[in-house]
Design a protein around this ligand. Structure first.
Ligand SMILES: [Fe+2]
Ligand SMILES: [Fe+2]
Length: 303
């Protein structure tokens, strides 16, 4: 499977190997073809605009704040994914690369969606950068681009693991998932922001495939070399601190966060998701490639 990045002597799809359609990445690719084709332009924001105009200043500020973190995050993951795709493609892992092609396209649509939300619901072109705190900047200005761009020089398994922990386990797995939970808590039961929630349902589904791929990649890397686990665990624990710090610093600007969003609720959810994935990756030590595939296929649903 491993080939020099500059020469090749065959293609998997034209060899007797063919595409491995039963592999976990191909399952994700099939799901993306079916579910990842929603169009941000098709979402109607008219009612959201009316709700926005009726919000208090503090409520508007907290919604802009959440959106500033989310949209900034979506731009970051779109800008920073390519080195991982390149590393995987250079190893000739065609099924994984096919899925990653949908992954990047979906991240681009997530930017499109939140940018449209700002243009049509908030309308005034406000600079939201001031709402991005120190922990946010540490993770999105520094750790994410650094760990992904390192792959351009060093695509080794430990560098891939470092990138995937940062991108899939922390940015997507801890922060994005907590972000949806905050939006949903704020608006779902109150019947507010229907367009925003409609897009978030789609984005959350896209993200669950991205995180599933990240867990699969890390499990595969650990199964191939169990000694990687120590570094992965260290990195996961080290980055959990600023990730939880980012959630906490979002509350610093408010005496009481509007829309009934509670810090403990978000922190509890973030920690629970983190621990579940931590366990799965840790359990990959001593497993075969086939066992990793089967476990991943058993966990992911068909829809
Ligand atoms: Fe995204
Ligand atoms: Fe994502």
């Amino acid at each position: 499977m491993t080939a020099s990045p500059f020469v090749r002597d065959s293609f998997q799809s034209t060899s007797s190997l063919r595409l491995d359609r039963n592999s976990f990445p191909m399952r994700l690719f099939r799901k993306s073809k079916r579910l990842g084709i929603w169009d941000p332009d098709a979402i109607d924001f008219q009612t959201d605009r009316e709700h926005w105009l009726a919000f208090t200043q503090e409520e508007q500020k907290s919604l802009l704040h959440m959106t500033s973190l989310f949209l900034g995050g979506e731009e970051a993951v779109t800008l920073d994914l390519l080195p991982l795709i390149h590393a995987i493609a250079s190893e000739g892992r065609i099924e994984e690369e096919m899925f990653l092609a949908t992954f990047l396209w979906e991240e681009a649509k997530h930017i499109d969606f939140f940018a449209r939300f700002l243009e049509e619901v908030v309308v005034d072109p406000i600079d939201l950068g001031a709402l991005q705190g120190e922990q946010f900047k540490f993770l999105f200005f520094s750790e994410l681009p650094r760990s992904l761009r390192r792959l351009l020089e060093d695509p080794s398994p430990i560098a891939q693991a470092d990138a995937s922990v940062t991108y899939n386990m922390i940015i997507e797995g801890v922060l994005a998932e907590t972000g949806y939970h905050a939006y949903t808590t704020a608006f779902e039961s109150a019947g507010l922001m229907p367009g925003l929630l409609q897009g978030l349902v789609q984005i959350k589904r896209d993200e669950s495939r991205h995180i599933a791929y990240g867990v699969y990649l890390l499990c595969r890397l650990v199964a191939e070399d169990p000694q990687l686990w120590e570094g992965i665990e260290e990195r996961m624990n080290a980055l959990l601190i600023p990730a939880l710090g980012l959630i906490a610093e979002s509350f610093d600007l408010y005496e009481k966060m509007p829309f009934g969003i509670e810090l403990e609720d978000l922190t509890e959810m973030a920690s629970k998701n983190f621990l579940r994935r931590h366990r799965r990756i840790s359990d990959s030590r001593g497993k075969t490639f086939q066992e990793i595939q089967e476990l991943a296929l058993a966990v992911v649903s068909e829809d």
